[in-house]
Design a protein around this ligand. Structure first.
Ligand SMILES: CC[C@H](C(=O)O)C(=O)SCCNC(=O)CCNC(=O)[C@H](O)C(C)(C)COP(=O)(O)OP(=O)(O)OC[C@H]1O[C@@H](n2cnc3c(N)ncnc32)[C@H](O)[C@@H]1OP(=O)(O)O
Ligand SMILES: [Co+2]
Length: 134
């Protein structure tokens, strides 16, 4: 089921400051930020060759990541995203195996314009998993 590691996502309290820090201190090549209203986040990506780092901050009042930032005010590692060939087949297999797929179970378009789903962190030893169909 699992393909490549597409990205590791880091929640930050201030995306602009984090992008500047990664660029100036680590020499990172940081993408322009993009706000994803339907996901309640603004994201910027750092391509490190074999995968990407997704920096994200809350966008809008009801942002999904506000509780995470409240618990981790300095930010922190939020999720990992794996690539899958067929996200609906993966979903159905995971549900059959007892895993919880978050939301209504229907894939939604993520930051890369591809369908994504999320799996509950409590079903994967405390790590929130995102699947992206490539
Ligand atoms: C798709 C666009 C973009 C992309 O890459 O393309 C993105 O990645 S957008 C990313 C933001 N969107 C999401 O994260 C959607 C999925 N997330 C959720 O549905 C919620 O955040 C959820 C259910 C993971 C957590 O909900 P909430 O924060 O309200 O807290 P709960 O009390 O329900 O949490 C239950 C339990 O899980 C722990 N938790 C919460 N977030 C995480 C996390 N990121 N990693 C690990 N654990 C997490 C939380 O502490 C609770 O644990 P407990 O021991 O019960 O306190
Ligand atoms: Co992501």
């Amino acid at each position: 089921m699992l393909g490549r590691l597409n990205h590791v996502a880091l929640v930050v309290p201030d995306l602009q400051a984090a992008c500047a820090h990664y660029r100036d201190v680590l020499g990172a090549n940081v993408s322009a930020p993009q706000s994803l209203a339907e996901h309640g986040v603004t994201v910027a990506f750092i391509d490190v060759g074999n995968t990407k780092i997704e920096l994200l901050e809350p966008f809008g009042e009801g942002s999904t990541i506000l509780p995470f930032l409240a618990k981790n005010p300095s930010g922190g590692m939020h999720h990992v995203c794996y690539e899958v060939d067929d996200i609906r087949a993966a979903r159905d297999q995971l549900i059959a195996g007892g895993a919880r797929v978050l939301g209504d179970g229907e894939p939604r378009i993520g930051a890369h314009g591809k369908p994504v789903l999320f799996l509950h962190p409590k079903d994967f030893f405390g790590t929130l998993i995102e699947l992206e169909q490539v």
